[in-house]
Design a protein around this ligand. Structure first.
Ligand SMILES: Nc1nc2c(ncn2[C@@H]2O[C@H](COP(=O)(O)OP(=O)(O)O)[C@@H](O)[C@H]2O)c(=O)[nH]1
Ligand SMILES: [Mg+2]
Length: 437
């Protein structure tokens, strides 16, 4: 089965979050994953290439700011670039104004007219509605029902959209907000565009809002462009966000019109309208609270601390001890709590326990940044690191050579103590502690 848009993006994020270290190959692989996810999510191909190129360039060239690991940095770049497609969003101003709603048939225009009316009413403004959908008698009826529900007058029912609109605007001149619902078709036809242009000319609306169903696919970009070319879209409202895990079309629509997303519709009721928030939208697509939670979850849930301990123990017994192993030990110990009982057994444990927990975490962060600048070979066998490498690593991590040397010293010390651990007596003790003996 095909993965959903959110799921594919999610697994790309997870790859970065879970990787023992971040290198060129991993970044390239993840960028490819994201390309695939975006394309499968119906984001415009040109846009996908643009964004993924930018992500790759930034991830490979930009150094993380001090205190941030390479991993967090890359995740942040991903999040930033993806939400930058969506833009910051905007809210409608609370001034006296005319608002024209456009969009294809069934996208949620008429419903959203009611939601917007309700939105302004709640803020103490007087709102009136005009139905310019003269082609289907049921359309006027539908808007009237909505108007009744929220107690707003509705005008409509003529033969020509332009005339209806002209009359309606005169009639409602005392109202703060006039919202004009227009006709939609199954596809964009020439006469629809002509009619839309005429209405726009007569009304001269302050806002021309494109309403699109969030689950709309590949056509989103094309459609949005056509509407934008015809009347100039000032904002987008995404509907049916409650029912979809997609949302890729939205990215295309926004990129195509250059207009910000104003609100999202999250249900069929008049109150189901929310302010747009790019971060929240992306998180919704990704299906998670926020990036920090992802990082935390990735650290804990996927590996599982218990498993980690077991793995570390096995590693220790095997006599193999890499920089990554050392890091893992420190990480486990900085969590303390239930792991305190093993602290005595680990070579660096005794020392760590007496140290301020903050100090340890600070040190861990620094080590992580330094290790993120090393190659896989260097991490697995730190003995190959020569002084020229140290300079390169320090530069990459934005630290001084002495910091890299300190990490290596720490490693060598731990390794020596580790050797002592492989005595028979210690092994038995360890196995018992880990519940494996
Ligand atoms: N679940 C959900 N349904 C919606 C939302 N907005 C509109 N709808 C439904 O979508 C259908 C079409 O809406 P309508 O406003 O008539 O679309 P129009 O043809 O563009 O005017 C109706 O059944 C609405 O109840 C939304 O945000 N969430
Ligand atoms: Mg309608």
């Amino acid at each position: 089965m095909l993965k959903s848009f959110g799921e594919s993006l999610r697994s790309a994020f997870r790859k970065i979050a879970n990787a023992p270290f971040i290198d060129r190959d991993l970044i390239k692989e993840v960028v490819r994953d994201i390309q695939r996810a975006l394309i499968a999510g119906d984001v415009n191909v040109k846009l996908v290439l643009e964004v993924s190129k930018k992500i790759e360039k930034r991830a490979l060239e930009e150094r993380p700011p001090p205190g941030m690991s390479n991993r967090e940095h890359v995740l942040r770049i991903l999040h930033e670039e993806l939400s930058s497609i969506l833009g910051k969003g905007r809210e409608l101003s609370l001034k006296k104004q005319k608002i024209m709603m456009v969009g294809l048939y069934g996208q949620g225009k008429t419903t959203t007219c009611g939601k917007l009316a309700r939105f302004f009413q709640k803020r103490g403004m007087k709102v009136a509605l005009i139905s310019a959908d003269v082609h289907r008698p049921a359309a006027f009826e539908q808007l009237k029902q909505i108007g009744d529900k929220i107690n707003a007058p509705v005008f409509g029912g003529g033969k020509k959209a332009e005339n209806v609109v002209e009359e309606g605007i005169k009639k409602f001149s005392k109202y703060d907000i006039i919202i004009i619902d227009t006709a939609g078709r199954h596809s964009l036809e020439n006469d629809l565009i002509k009619e839309m242009k005429k209405i726009s000319k007569i009304v001269n609306p302050d806002e021309k809002i494109l309403v699109i169903d969030a689950s709309i696919g590949q056509q989103a970009g094309k459609q949005s462009k056509a509407f934008n070319d015809a009347i100039g879209i000032t904002g987008v409202i995404l509907t049916k966000m409650d029912g979809t895990a997609k949302g890729g079309g939205a990215l295309s629509a926004v990129a195509e019109t250059g207009a910000p997303i104003l609100y999202v519709g999250t249900g069929e009721h008049m109150n189901d309208l929310e302010k747009f928030d790019a971060n929240r939208f992306l998180s919704r697509i990704l299906g998670m609270g926020d990036l920090q939670t992802l990082l935390e979850k990735a650290e804990e849930a996927s590996k599982g601390k218990e498993k980690k301990i077991e793995k570390t123990a096995k590693k220790m017994l095997s006599g193999k001890f890499t920089l990554l192993d050392m890091y893992e030990q420190m990480e486990l110990l900085s969590g303390m709590g239930p792991f305190q009982k093993i602290a005595d057994l680990l070579p660096i444990g005794g020392k760590l326990r007496n140290e301020d927990i903050h100090e340890t975490q600070k040190r861990l962060k620094k080590y992580r940044v330094i290790m993120d600048s090393m190659t896989r070979k260097e991490l697995e066998n730190p003995n190959i690191i020569k002084s020229s490498h140290i300079k390169r690593i320090a530069r990459g991590a934005g630290v001084e050579s002495k910091d890299v040397k300190e990490l290596l010293r720490h490693y060598n010390m731990s390794k020596k103590m580790m050797k002592n651990l492989s005595s028979k007596k210690m092994q038995r003790k360890l196995l018992k502690q880990f519940g494996m003996g």
